[in-house]
Design a protein around this ligand. Structure first.
Ligand code: CP3
Length: 350
């Protein structure tokens, strides 16, 4: 197998090196804004079927690499395959997002398996092997999982909610049962990430999309503490594991997060103050981010200005260009071309 640590600009940044042209990839780079994705999606029975079809999942993972030449491919899958592999029913309703059998009270947690079913996840590991065979040597393959807190928010509510009130209430009312759920998810996620590394990913990202809704002490307990255990647990089995954390909405709590969670780099959302990042974050860890997905959707001069501001703020230190959250489905392809060209110092039009 190719060792990409020398050839991949993204892996060099994760080792703390600066690159004169920052590597670039985008969260949700494989998805509905791409016509070639929509074509494959239309043939599939449902979104999860697509995630568990190794050939198609590998193909979708490679689509944005072929089109835009990004510096990293992110495995096409979803964070909710982990609750699925713990025995919770997960479906995706077209245009509405995920639906799970909600875990409404402590008793319902007994419906979950204590250990993740790797047999159900075998197609994910096979997709990794397939992508690896076709990926250029300078492109890194990223695996991923959801952080325990973010997974728990979907598992308890049974769907997406604006402020994750169901999980927050559950954690206040039944903190012991909630702690047990977080433990099961932490252990399951460690073994899931270890298997992804064994199958061939070069690095992983841990998505904590809902980190920003918690008060400080709850953030410590449900985000920082399990993440610290997860990163240590993965490294016990894969000592060289490269890990990116993405605690969306953490704000100034990023300082505590980075003090205690030994991630190699941290993903920034688009709301964080650049001065804070330059003074308090980037001196300690490489950063990744943080273009507003709406600026990418808008395009034009506003997009150019937003890109230049980010390059000016972060590109003197170790930096990976990305969005502050995922690509929105209505994003025009031409705007992504404009972004990649500008970050790499070329004009978008030939
Ligand atoms: O980034 C990538 O291109 C890799 C694939 C990926 C998907 N989801 C594909 C997807 C990744 C890394 C995720 C992560 C994910 N999934 C998160 C964390 C990051 C984030 O976006 O906040 C979360 C919270 C989920 C759960 C999830 N999956 C939701 C809430 C939804 C519905 C919202 C939506 O955009 O439709 C999904 C569906 C989903 N995951 C789609 C894709 C391409 C769209 C499904 C479709 O084609 O119908």
């Amino acid at each position: 197998m190719i060792d990409r640590s020398a050839t991949s600009p993204l892996l060099r940044v994760l080792s703390g090196q600066c690159q004169s042209i920052p590597p670039i990839w985008l969260m949700r780079q494989a998805g509905r804004y791409l016509p070639e994705y929509r074509a494959l999606r239309a043939q599939a029975n449902g979104f999860l079927d697509l995630c568990f079809d190794p050939k198609r999942a590998a193909e979708i993972t490679l689509q944005p690499i072929r089109r835009f030449g990004f510096d990293a491919a992110i495995l096409f899958s979803d964070i909710l395959v982990v609750p699925h592999a713990l025995g919770q029913r997960v479906t995706f309703v077209e245009g509405e997002g995920p639906r799970l059998d909600a875990l409404g009270d402590p008793q319902s947690l007994q419906r979950l398996k204590q250990e993740i079913d790797h047999a159900l996840l075998a197609p994910v590991y096979e997709a990794i092997v397939r992508v690896k065979q076709d990926l250029p040597a300078e492109v890194a393959l990223l695996g991923f999982c959801g952080a325990p807190w973010t997974l728990a928010t979907y598992m308890i509510a049974g769907c997406g909610t604006p402020d994750q009130a169901p999980a927050r209430l559950f954690a206040y009312r039944y903190s012991e049962a909630f702690a047990q759920l977080i433990d099961v998810l932490t252990t399951a996620s460690i073994s899931y990430l270890v298997r992804q590394f064994a199958a061939g990913v070069d690095a992983v990202q841990i998505f904590d999309t809902w980190a920003g809704v918690l008060p400080a002490d709850e953030f410590d307990r449900w985000c920082i503490e399990p993440l610290a255990r997860m990163v240590a647990g993965v490294r016990r089995q894969v000592p060289a594991a490269k890990i990116i954390g993405f605690p969306r909405g953490a704000g100034t709590k990023l300082t505590q997060y980075l003090d205690r969670v030994a991630v190699d780099a941290v993903g920034l959302d688009w709301m964080i103050a650049p001065e804070f990042v330059r003074d308090e974050v980037q001196p300690h860890r490489p950063v990744q981010g943080n273009l507003d997905p709406l600026a990418l959707l808008a395009g034009g001069a506003a997009l150019d200005r937003a890109i230049d501001g980010i390059l000016e703020a972060f590109s003197l230190g170790p930096f990976i260009f990305n969005l502050g959250h995922g690509v929105l489905p209505d994003t025009p392809i031409a705007h992504v071309d404009q972004l990649v060209a500008r970050v790499r110092g070329r004009s978008a039009s030939p």
